[in-house]
Structure formats: C-alpha cells, structure tokens
Design a protein around this ligand. Structure first.
Ligand SMILES: O=C(O)CCC(=O)C(=O)O
Length: 303
C-alpha cells in the first residue's frame, strides 16, 4: 500500500472510532495537563476526567425544571487565569467606558458611570476582546454538556461577563432571557459560570422550576431602562437558589425565569455566561437567521 493510501485509511479509522476530528483548541494541551510529580505519568485534570455530557437523569431534570446544576466544572488553574483576564478587561472597560451598568439608566459620561453607587456591570462578547474567553467557548466539557441538550451542531449566540462588585452589586431582576433576545426556536441554553464562590449573599442564581415551558410578555424595570422586572409574575417562595464554588457552572433554558440578588457583602461576584443556540436560529425581530460569523461562530459541528 502506498503512503497516501495508508494515511487515508488511518484517517478514516480515526474518524470512525472517535466519531469526529478534535477541534484545534482540543488538541492544544492545556498548561495544567502536566507531568504528575509522583509518578511521571500525565495526570488528568478534572476537565478530562469528567464524564462527557449530561447524564440521562440530568437531561430529564433539565426538561422538567428548565435548569440543571453542574457544580465545579473549571479547574483552579483555569479559574485563576480567567479571573486575571476578567479583571484586566474590566480595568480597561473602566478607562474606555466600554461596559454597561445594568443597574442604572445609560449615561455617556464615563466619570459619572464609574462613580455609580449600584453596579451590575456587563461586558458583552468577552470572546471578541480576550483569547482566554474565546478559547473557553470551545472548552470540551462545556460543549459536551450543551451537546446533550442541543445536539452536535452548536453555534454561539453571545457571551457576557456579569460582575457584581463587593458592597455595591446590583440585582438582575426576574426575567426570561428570550424576552430580551426574541429568538426562534426558543431552545437556547446558557452555561452560567462563576469565578468566585457564589452564595445567596453575594449574588447566587435563583431560578423558577418549570417556568421555561411558557414565554411571558415582559415589562421594563422602574429602576433601570436596561432590565426587565417580572417579580410580579413569579412566586419567589418557589424559587430554587443554586450556590456554586468558584469555577462552578449551571445550565439553564432561555425561558427559565431567573434572578440574582444584590451583592452587599465584602466579596465580589464575577460571572461569565455563554449562550448557545442551534444554527438556523432566527431573530424574531428581523425574521432573519443569525448567520455564522466571527461574533456568532460555530463551536462544534458534526456532518
Ligand atoms: O449573572 C447574573 O447576575 C445574572 C445572569 C442573568 O440573569 C443572565 O445571564 O441572564
């Protein structure tokens, strides 16, 4: 057999046994997959020893409740890197004014904005500013979880950093994400990740089980023209609070009602969220499909 043929055969065998060719990001060894000090063997990081995807029970739970708690997903080395990069991006954003404070009505005056007494700070599309957040979009354990719900063709809708600084962190009022987005079909899923321990005091996620089954018309908040506030449509006594460690994750449906309280503690709460969709998702505002692009890349595909 000539060299070309044998190479082709080996490639076919690889595709058949693995089911896919790993994206480039998977093939770059993360820096923490290093030699184990004890035995000289490569030690698996927590990211590679996790079972791929959601279990059957977790998928059922997602469909029943509209969310599923994953728990610790990102290992401490990665969390440390992301924290550093997150802080750097917010420092830059403070200088340039390229962020939004969801807790206040918009003002163009950067000094006035930076001085706000209540802050729910948002940077959209961290993946367009920072390579570490871009590469997180392709993090295999995250995509495996999402694949359990959306199937193997996954496109980015958008990502965002949502930062509640210590002492001054504002609330994100009760809402369904798709009330903002107006996407069709309404089957997008979000992976909400924390870079700090998030508990009920500093801004943990609160969700309303089963609320993903019906879309509700939303009203603007009286406090800020950037947020909806649907507190009157939910019964907070039925809400589930999901506390997470730094590097923890939660997956929720785009119609699940959710809320995060103010952060008045002396601990900051840094969150990063990736919103995923299937290719072929349409904006109901324009009636158009959301095209694949640098801002809305395909993150995983299988032919
Ligand atoms: O991170 C938060 O505080 C709120 C997140 C949220 O409401 C969202 O991702 O839609």
């Amino acid at each position: 057999m000539d060299g070309k043929k044998s190479c082709l055969l080996r490639l076919c065998a690889y595709i058949l046994t693995e089911g896919k060719i790993s994206p480039l990001a998977d093939r770059i060894k993360p820096k923490y997959a290093q030699m184990d000090k004890t035995g000289g063997h490569q030690r698996m990081s927590t990211e590679t020893i996790r079972p791929a995807g959601l279990t059957f029970e977790q998928v059922a739970e997602f469909h029943e409740r509209g969310f599923v708690k994953i728990g610790k997903l990102l290992d401490d080395d990665r969390v440390e890197t992301l924290r550093r990069e997150y802080d750097h991006e917010f420092d830059q954003a403070y200088l340039t004014g390229h962020y939004r404070n969801l807790a206040r009505n918009e003002t163009q005056d950067v000094v006035e904005r930076n001085a706000a007494s209540v802050k729910m700070l948002q940077i959209m599309q961290m993946c367009e500013r920072n390579i570490h957040f871009r590469s997180l979009l392709y993090h295999k354990p995250i995509l495996d979880l999402v694949e359990s719900l959306l199937g193997p063709n996954i496109q980015l809708f958008h990502d965002q950093a949502l930062f509640k600084p210590a002492h001054h962190g504002g609330a994100v009022f009760w809402h369904q994400d798709n009330a903002y987005w107006q996407c069709q079909p309404a089957n997008l899923v979000s992976c909400w990740m924390t870079l700090d321990d998030a508990d009920v005091h500093n801004g943990a996620m609160h969700l309303m089980p089963g609320s993903h089954r019906m879309a509700v018309t939303h009203d603007k908040s009286a406090e800020t023209n950037l947020l909806f506030d649907m507190e009157k449509s939910v019964d907070p006594s039925k809400a589930v609070t999901v506390e997470l460690p730094a590097g923890g994750a939660l997956i929720h449906h785009c119609q699940t009602f959710h809320y995060t309280p103010p952060n008045l503690t002396d601990r900051q709460r840094r969150a990063f969220i990736i919103h995923f969709m299937n290719p072929g998702t349409r904006s109901m505002r324009t009636g158009e499909f959301i095209p694949v692009s640098f801002s809305n890349p395909m993150l995983r595909m299988r032919m």
